[in-house]
Design a protein around this ligand. Structure first.
Ligand SMILES: [Zn+2]
Length: 588
């Protein structure tokens, strides 16, 4: 039904345009329209192309993760996790001090989080989160024990007296138990390394930090800074986020490792990495670089992690200083591929270039660098420093980090290789549902947020069509929003304001619709001319694009209405610069 309607609409519009052109005196087009013979082959061609597009979408769908085909239907847990409800909105996080004892034998946690917050509205209740089966031991305001109600992952805490807007309060949330192991990287895993030593790691993006510690588990509000104190059996090492403060032997077989985070941090970035780690260090200027790996991987790591400096230089070139100078940069070996834990990136990419031994974009460029070092570290700028205020806007993390991979390639090897690298993303795209989904339900966007997000940004560079202006735009954009939590609308408003262009329909087409714009080209109505328009869901979609042949590109500005241009090129010769504009092309 849908394809039928699409074909029908194309044909109806085409007849209308041809009629109009006839009216303005373009005899050949008028004659074709009047003859009525153009209809059958035209409709067939459009039908064939719609079918091809359908086939493409279907084969892409087969490659996609199942959950990319449609957004998850939110359940109660997702609603309570995702909504920025009244008991979250009435307060602003200031500080956490998480103290946790990790028992590797029993696979249990016991600890407390001191949570300091400012009330924004008078109220007697706030929402903190802790997922079952972890237990709430007690919650204290000073010495007074507070009552609470648990509802799936949420813990609604009640105060005996009204907390007043503008005032700062602090509670101690005690908890214990066996955390669940679930989600992409396990959330928290109790493993042993290949030599049989304890190896415990966290990676909880998506499933949520409240899987292993009590916190305000949402994306909009970050603490301003944080202390992390981790008690582990003597002889093990804990590497968490921030600057290492010191370790203290507690005299009971456990040692406490203290880490201080000097900046705002996402909940899911807070991490434990407990193992038989050895350390080596370096500096980039005044920035400390610290590396923690298993002893047997030390020599490999010293070779592979040498890439860190070049990565930091490239990203600092485009966006400005590494965001966490006081906390330093760390890479920590972990038993999964990798994660962007703030100032403490975890690494499990086999100490090889590419991604888990593969050429990630299949065009021969990824084997030149370590994908995990380059991608996860990009998140220090986009994801950790600039953070989406809702998971629905997560392309701000993944689209930008993926685009930054291509900037790294461009910085090291030039524009042509960056374009090739980006082209390698196209087969990974599904175009099955919009990148920006429903807010407030903790819904994960489809994988298109990575590759399509990056190709959209590369397309915007071509729309700006002035590299010096583009480099300044993305640098200043990052600087403007660093350390802040933003939505897609903030990105679009900034880009509109600073380019003087209305880019909203372009952002919306790529982010809020499943399909990318399709440039429709009609040849053969008269010799030496081609008709063109965009087929897009956004009615005001009017994006420039380069057409012609490589080396002789010409910029046209199609809209969603037919226009025409003269060309000496035949249908076969006429090309669209799809390296620089991520669009579909339909030649008829
Ligand atoms: Zn990422």
């Amino acid at each position: 039904m849908i394809e039928y309607n699409v074909v029908n609409r194309i044909w109806t519009r085409r007849v209308a345009v041809l009629a109009l052109m006839s009216w303005v005196g373009w005899a050949a087009a008028g004659a074709a329209a009047q003859s009525g013979t153009a209809g059958t082959p035209q409709t067939a061609a459009a039908g064939a192309s719609a079918a091809q597009a359908g086939n493409r979408a279907q084969s892409a769908a087969q490659r996609m993760r199942e959950r990319d085909a449609a957004a998850a239907v939110p359940d109660r847990t997702m609603m309570l996790r995702g909504a920025y409800g009244p008991f979250r909105a009435n307060n602003d996080l200031l500080y956490y001090h998480l103290t946790v004892r990790v028992n590797p034998e029993e696979k249990t946690l016991r600890g407390k989080n001191t949570i300091r917050f400012r009330m924004l509205k008078d109220g007697k209740r706030i929402q903190i989160d802790l997922q079952e089966p972890l237990e709430v031991d007690k919650i204290l305001l000073g010495t007074k024990e507070l009552t609470y109600e648990r509802d799936s992952g949420a813990v609604f805490i009640d105060f005996p007296q009204t907390l007043h807007a503008g005032r700062v309060y602090s509670i101690d949330f005690y908890y214990s138990g066996h955390p669940r192991t679930t989600g992409r990287f396990g959330g928290i895993t109790f493993k042993t390394d290949p030599e049989g030593h304890t190896w415990i790691n966290t990676a909880c993006e998506g499933i949520g930090a409240s899987l292993w510690w009590p916190d305000k588990d949402q994306w909009r509000d970050e603490v301003q800074d944080m202390d992390i104190s981790v008690e582990i059996p003597n002889g093990l090492v804990d590497v968490s986020n921030g600057k290492f403060v010191g370790k203290t032997d507690l005299g009971d077989g456990y040692t406490r490792w203290d880490w201080r985070v000097h900046y705002p941090i996402n909940n899911y970035d807070v991490s434990l990495n407990i193992g038989n780690y050895v350390h080596f260090g370096d500096h980039l200027g005044s920035l400390p670089l610290d590396f923690y790996v298993l002893p047997e991987d030390l020599e490999k790591a010293k070779v592979q992690f040498a890439q860190v400096k070049g990565m930091l230089e490239a990203y600092q070139h485009y966006f400005g200083p590494y965001p966490w100078q006081k906390d330093g940069y760390k890479l920590i070996e972990a038993p999964y591929s990798g994660m962007e834990h703030q100032s403490a990136v975890t690494y499990g990419n086999l100490f090889e270039n590419g991604y888990m031994g593969r050429d990630w974009t299949g065009v021969g460029i990824s084997p030149r660098f370590d994908f995990i070092i380059i991608h996860e570290s990009a998140h220090e700028w986009f994801g950790n420093s600039i953070t989406a205020a809702d998971p629905a806007d997560m392309w701000i993390h993944e689209g930008w980090a993926t685009y930054m991979e291509s900037l790294y390639v461009e910085y090291r090897w030039g524009t042509a290789d960056a374009i090739r690298y980006l082209d390698g993303y196209k087969p990974k795209i599904g175009n099955l549902r919009p990148i920006v989904g429903e807010r407030g339900v903790n819904a994960e966007p489809p994988e298109d947020q990575y590759f399509k997000g990056a190709l959209m940004l590369n397309t915007l560079r071509s729309v700006v069509n002035n590299d010096a202006a583009w480099w300044k735009l993305i640098h200043d954009f990052y600087q403007h929003f660093q350390y802040r939590n933003i939505l897609t609308e903030d990105v679009v408003a900034y880009f509109n304001q600073h380019t003087g262009k209305n880019l909203t329909p372009i952002f919306d087409q790529y982010l809020r619709h499943a399909q990318i714009p399709r440039l429709e080209l009609l040849f053969g109505e008269a010799p030496g001319m081609v008709m063109y328009k965009w087929r897009a869901d956004e009615e005001d979609f009017a994006m420039p694009v380069r057409v012609g042949t490589p080396g002789h590109w010409q910029t046209i500005v199609p809209t969603t209405r037919w226009q025409w241009m003269q060309t000496a090129l035949t249908k076969d010769e006429f090309q669209v610069d799809t390296d620089r504009f991520y669009v579909d092309v339909d030649k008829q």
